[in-house]
Design a protein around this ligand. Sequence first.
Ligand SMILES: Cc1cc2nc3c(=O)[nH]c(=O)nc-3n(C[C@H](O)[C@H](O)[C@H](O)COP(=O)(O)OP(=O)(O)OC[C@H]3O[C@@H](n4cnc5c(N)ncnc54)[C@H](O)[C@@H]3O)c2cc1C
Length: 323
Amino acid sequence: MTLPGTTRPAMTPDQIADALRRGLEPSRLHVNEPLAPFTTFRIGGPADVRFDATSADELAAAVSMARALDVPWFVLGLGANVLIGDRGVRGLVIRNRAQSHHIRKDGLLWSESGAIVQDLVLETVRLGWSGLEHYIGIPSTVGGALWQNLHFLSPAPERERTMFIAEPFISCEILDEDGARREVGPDYVQFGYDESVFHHHRDVVLSAQFQLDRRDPADLHRILQENLSWRGSRHPWLAVHPSAGSIFKKIEGVGAGRLIDQCGLKGFRVGDAQISHIHANILVNLGAATAADVRALIAHAQQAVVERFGHHLEPEIGFIGEF
Ligand SMILES: Cc1cc2nc3c(=O)[nH]c(=O)nc-3n(C[C@H](O)[C@H](O)[C@H](O)COP(=O)(O)OP(=O)(O)OC[C@H]3O[C@@H](n4cnc5c(N)ncnc54)[C@H](O)[C@@H]3O)c2cc1C
């Protein structure tokens, strides 16, 4: 399978940027700049061209122009579920910073797809609206959340099931593969576990609507605090140890992290990439890790687990660009 961001455009980066300047804000076009600062792993080489879209209209315009120019394109949210190659991404990377949003009196939240879920959580909780509080502490834009069907455990003390962003989801506006803007609902999006139609169609989510319910803010704050404490004691802290969250897909009833742990790999390093001491399914960047380090560490964990337990660990994160 060809990785996104590896197809070489016919034009040079400067030619692409010149062509895009005719329709996009020039000050937000960047040529050959590293993507590492725009990922939670803090890893990744340069994008030929990067455009920072600040509204849904700009996001749609950037994708439409890239399509018209036959330039490969990729939409980047918070970069929390991707590993970008050391040699960077060919074509256009559109960094989605479209963050307008509003909440109606009946609890319908409309948000552009670049809004940061954590910001929406804090704002909705402050106003006494329930539905997003479960996702506190998870780095994601709204677009990335729909792409992956963002999920976390239901509130303490039960924690009896996984909750999904699909639950409050009502609809989203997409720019579809044919260039049309249209509103689609859950039937179209086909949410699954770590899954949605966006893994298979080259649609772009421009905005989304969620139905929230009234709840006592004190209750919501309790859930925020419990979820943050739960995460804080089980996951490496992103501000200290950059990562992309869980690296391997869940293995039902077994747990990818448990298998890696049972191979004695917690703390194992390749260069500056390390299997976290506190969660074996999370690889952390100790400072100067490269994408090559991370890939070698992934391969090492996969080999150890297949040899010892016969399970093949499948990466959950997206590999983008040239490695
Ligand atoms: C510390 C940490 C903890 C995490 N914990 C959890 C957790 O508890 N639960 C969980 O579910 N996930 C978790 N994750 C994974 C991650 O937060 C989610 O996958 C998140 O939804 C990624 O969003 P993003 O905006 O960063 O997307 P990105 O990583 O930027 O992109 C991911 C994919 O989505 C696509 N995409 C992004 N925006 C759009 C759009 N507007 N339209 C179409 N496609 C788009 C991209 O092209 C890419 O293919 C964690 C990650 C980290 C780093």
